[in-house]
Write a protein that binds this ligand. Structure first.
Ligand SMILES: [Zn+2]
Length: 282
């Protein structure tokens, strides 16, 4: 594929050709930054791991330029930091045996602007079309990190640009900066992250530059998954030791609902649940 940004990377861990690696993708995750995929999408990564009939591909929209840096990375320039983050994401793709890893190399400010991101949306639509995934995973519209929310908006726009017969069958939005524990259980999908805990940890430990400053994303992501499984009261998921929460937004997106309406619909259900419980007990 031709990319808009010179610094864009398409990395194929097993060395397959592009024409093999992209169409074999069944599970595609679109994220804002290097490390978001490994925090939010371990369920599809492990589901596809080591299989020949399911393949995971990641897309990172931004260039990692604004990454926080402390400890041994404190004096790194933006340019040096971008390189480190590309190498980390490649290592994650190797570790998780991804089919392919895109890093489209946009500045955060570009992704956050509806106007400036038009090319990014076009490019993302072309990536999704080339990968033709069965399932698409993205950030959720209630994430409290602006770039994550913007990435979700751009991803939703990109999907809607595709002809109906080229669109993924399912779209899940996932949790990073703000968990999805607040979703009503009827609106919640539990994605199983119980298998291969050593792989889950290895994928997060790749991001040394982010963990070095004392932000333990590795422990936090794994802890959240354990907490999710423990506090989700359903017989269906009693067998799960660890899970990530997701919202299945397929019907809303394809039905033409706006991002605000989609997420506020879930918030309304949450409000109704809280009001009705308090009402019953007062
Ligand atoms: Zn992020």
């Amino acid at each position: 594929m031709e990319f808009y940004n010179e610094n864009a990377v398409l990395y194929i861990p097993d060395g397959a050709s592009e024409s093999e690696a992209l169409p074999r993708t069944t599970d595609l995750c679109v994220a804002a930054h290097q490390d978001d995929i490994e925090i939010m999408a371990f369920a599809p990564i492990v589901k596809c791991f080591g299989r020949s009939d399911r393949w995971f591909t990641g897309v990172v929209l931004t260039d990692g330029g604004g990454s926080p840096r402390t400890g041994p990375y404190a004096d790194y320039t933006d340019g040096q930091m971008k390189k480190v983050r590309i190498e980390e994401q490649k290592k994650a793709a190797d570790t998780g045996k991804y089919s392919a890893q895109f890093m489209l190399g946009y500045e955060s400010s570009c992704i956050k602007s509806a106007d400036k991101s038009r090319k990014a949306v076009d490019e993302l639509a072309a990536v999704i079309e080339a990968c033709s995934p069965d399932i698409l995973y993205m950030h959720n519209f209630a994430d409290k990190h602006d770039t994550h929310t913007a990435a979700a908006l751009r991803c939703a726009e990109a999907v809607m640009r595709l002809p109906e017969n080229k669109r993924p069958r399912k779209i899940y939005s996932l949790e990073v900066w703000r968990g999805l524990d607040w979703l009503c259980d009827s609106d919640k999908v539990c994605l199983d992250t119980s298998e291969k805990p050593e792989l889950a940890r290895a994928l997060l430990n790749v991001y040394e530059s982010q963990i070095a400053g004392g932000k333990r994303y590795d422990s936090a992501a794994i802890g959240r998954r354990l907490a999710n499984a423990t506090f989700y009261a359903s017989h269906d998921t009693d067998r799960l030791e660890s899970c990530s929460y997701a919202a299945d937004i397929t019907d809303e997106i394809y039905g033409g609902s706006s991002p605000e309406d989609i997420i506020c619909g879930y918030i309304k259900h949450f409000e109704e649940d809280v009001r009705s419980r308090i009402g019953r007990l007062s």
